[in-house]
Design a protein around this ligand. Structure first.
Ligand SMILES: [Zn+2]
Length: 264
């Protein structure tokens, strides 16, 4: 069993507070979200990076990095914003390498609903062009690069349904961080796992009621996790299972659920 938790900007406190909280949960993996201001600072300041590296080394976790997501859009049809987004994610790759993280997660981007639907193809091409470069740099630095499947949105989603994700992963040549909660807002989870399990190297777990991306604690929404783990037996032993709730209480409650109800 490879249990982990993910940080999130709404979790108040410093990175050190988060590390100390996570160590009490006795989990193995920490997924650090680069959107946290403290980590964003380390992208440009060497002394801050050095400090973070020392801090992370003082704990016995395996680290994954979730690339910056807020304000980022690799699929943007605005070339200036797209270029800044790509540059930021490439910096995240370097950050992950400096931290000795084994895996990097990035979102794919979307097309604003204010644009005509015909631009979806262009947005998809933009995303793939950038993701290929990010994947290449990650591979060069020994990091597994993954994209994450998106949840339902008012904008045009590019990595929402299983076919879109399959198309992206095959064209970029990367792996997949499969977000179970996101998939539940788009369709049936088994339709995703049937097509995509061979690409999944990291699993995000949180709950919702199928309509919105609520990031509820496991067991508090409509997802049947017991059934899911009965079907995906090898996940318990082989895949990192990262809890992604937006509160400390939710993270703790979810880890307890995984251990008690799923004997993960
Ligand atoms: Zn996720």
């Amino acid at each position: 069993m490879i249990l982990g938790v993910a940080d999130y900007p709404s979790l108040e406190g410093s990175l050190e507070d988060f590390l100390s909280f996570a160590s009490k949960l006795r989990i193995r993996v920490l997924e650090l979200k680069l959107d946290k201001l403290e980590l964003l600072l380390a992208l440009s300041k060497t002394d801050k990076m050095f400090e973070l590296k020392n801090l992370s080394n003082s704990y016995d976790f395996k680290y994954f990095v979730h690339a910056t997501n807020i304000d980022i859009n690799l699929a943007s049809v605005n070339p200036f914003l797209r270029s800044a987004s790509k540059k930021t994610i490439l910096k995240a790759v370097i950050f992950a390498a400096k931290l000795d993280a084994g895996l990097l997660v990035s979102h794919v981007g979307r097309l604003s609903r204010d644009y005509p639907r015909r631009l979806v193809r262009k947005a998809m091409k933009n995303a793939i062009d950038s993701l290929r470069k990010i994947n290449q740099l990650s591979n060069d630095l020994g990091i597994i690069f993954t994209i994450e499947n998106d949840h339902k949105s008012n904008d045009y989603v590019l990595a929402g349904n299983p076919e879109q994700i399959n198309f992206l992963v095959e064209n970029v040549g990367c792996k997949l961080t499969f977000d179970v909660g996101h998939a539940n807002t788009v369709g049936k989870i088994e339709d995703f796992t049937r097509l995509l399990d061979k690409f999944i190297v990291n699993v995000h777990l949180h709950d919702n009621n199928g309509r919105e991306d609520e990031h509820l604690p496991i067991g508090k929404g409509s997802i049947d996790f017991v059934r899911l783990f009965k079907r995906m037996k090898d996940w318990k032993s082989e895949k990192p299972l990262i809890i992604e709730c937006h509160s400390f209480a939710g993270l703790k409650e979810s880890i307890d659920f995984m251990r008690q109800e799923l004997s993960v």
